[in-house]
Structure formats: structure tokens, C-alpha cells
Unconditional design. Structure first.
Length: 203
């Protein structure tokens, strides 16, 4: 297998990026970027910790983050599996990256910056849904922000409902848990209980 081991060899494979690829990167959230970010209900949060990298999906009703100002976005930590992998990593290394998806749009938004974990009571209360507050809010100071062109989403035909995978053709959560735990956790009972559990633990 042939591999690339130097930056010179890597750069020789590609053309120089065009002006549009370079000028789109800013050190703040410009108004157009704010409109894109606020339209996104889903973001992938990438972090780095002593155990390595982590990339966690985050979703919310409406905007997944709150744009506080041109240098700050806020991400509430809604209920999940309590592994807190991303939060552990942020305590260790504040550097984060976010990739926002917008249903129906080929363009995505990217932010790189530094995160802090806030438990300010007023801030938590401001993110309450159905009377339930997040345990904490990840406050990200923006170092760079830019949009990603639509090629990846277009190649994947991501928003084409005709190409959506039928969940019934995929392994269920109970099946996957059963295989990874040698049958100790998961199974048909887990899957049967999931819809009711989700309704009571969404926020």
C-alpha cells in the first residue's frame, strides 16, 4: 500500500485552493453565518481528551445552539447517556470543533474554538424546555467560522427522502447492545420499552 508521509507529498496531490475557499474563513460569526447557524437543529461536536478524540451528535428543538454574539455560541447539554465523554474532554482540553447540518441545505457550517462548561443558574434556566433545564451549557468562543460547500451533501443525496434507509432494515439498539454485552443488556425488551422511555427523557 502506498501512503503519504510528508506535507510536501500531500500538497503535491492537490491544486491550490481558490479565493472562495480561503476568504470564507473568518474569526467571528458574520450575519450570514449567524442565519445559517440559527437554522440548524443538529450539530456534531468534536473534542479531544486523554483517551483520544470524540465526536458527539447534538440536536434540539429549533436552533441547536444560541448565538450570543459574533464570538460566542452556547450549546445546552440535554439529557443523554450520562457518559459525558465530550464534557470530560473539554475539561481536559478546551479546543472544540462544530459541524452544523441544516435539513434541506447542501451547505454546512463549521466552527472551531475554545469551550467552557457553564452551570450559571440564570443561563441554565434560559434553556429550559417543558420545565426541564440542561445540566450545563457548553459556551464556545469562536476562533474560526466558515461554511462548507454543498458537494458532500449533494454526493450523499442526504435529504432525498426516497433514499432514506428504512430503520427496520437496520440492527435495533437492543440488538446492538445484546451483541456488545454478550446478552447482558438490550434485546427485544429494551427495544419495546424505548419509545415510552424516550418520551419521558427527551429533555
Amino acid at each position: 500500500m502506498s501512503t503519504i508521509a510528508t506535507l510536501a507529498d500531500l500538497e503535491a496531490l492537490y491544486d491550490r485552493p481558490g479565493d472562495a475557499s480561503l476568504v470564507k474563513e473568518t474569526d467571528r460569526i458574520v450575519p450570514a453565518y449567524q442565519a445559517m447557524i440559527e437554522a440548524s437543529p443538529f450539530v456534531a461536536l468534536a473534542t479531544n481528551g486523554p483517551g483520544g478524540l470524540d465526536c458527539s451528535p447534538r440536536g434540539d428543538a429549533g436552533s441547536v445552539v444560541r448565538v450570543a454574539d459574533e464570538k460566542t455560541v452556547m450549546l445546552p447539554d440535554r439529557r443523554g447517556n450520562n457518559r459525558i465523554d465530550s464534557l470530560r474532554n473539554i475539561v481536559h482540553d478546551s479546543r472544540v470543533a462544530l459541524l452544523f447540518l441544516i435539513p434541506g441545505s447542501g451547505n454546512t457550517m463549521r466552527i472551531q474554538g475554545r469551550a467552557a462548561i457553564s452551570v450559571d443558574p440564570d443561563l441554565l434556566a434560559s434553556f429550559a424546555i417543558e420545565g426541564k433545564q440542561p445540566r450545563c451549557v457548553v459556551v464556545v468562543t469562536v476562533d474560526t467560522a466558515y461554511f462548507q460547500c454543498a458537494r458532500a451533501v449533494l454526493r450523499a443525496d442526504l435529504w432525498n427522502a426516497k433514499k432514506h434507509v428504512d430503520p427496520k432494515t437496520l440492527p435495533s439498539a437492543g440488538t446492538m447492545l445484546g451483541q456488545t454485552s454478550d446478552g447482558r443488556v438490550g434485546g427485544a425488551d429494551y427495544d419495546k420499552a424505548w419509545p415510552a422511555r424516550a418520551k419521558t427523557s427527551m429533555w
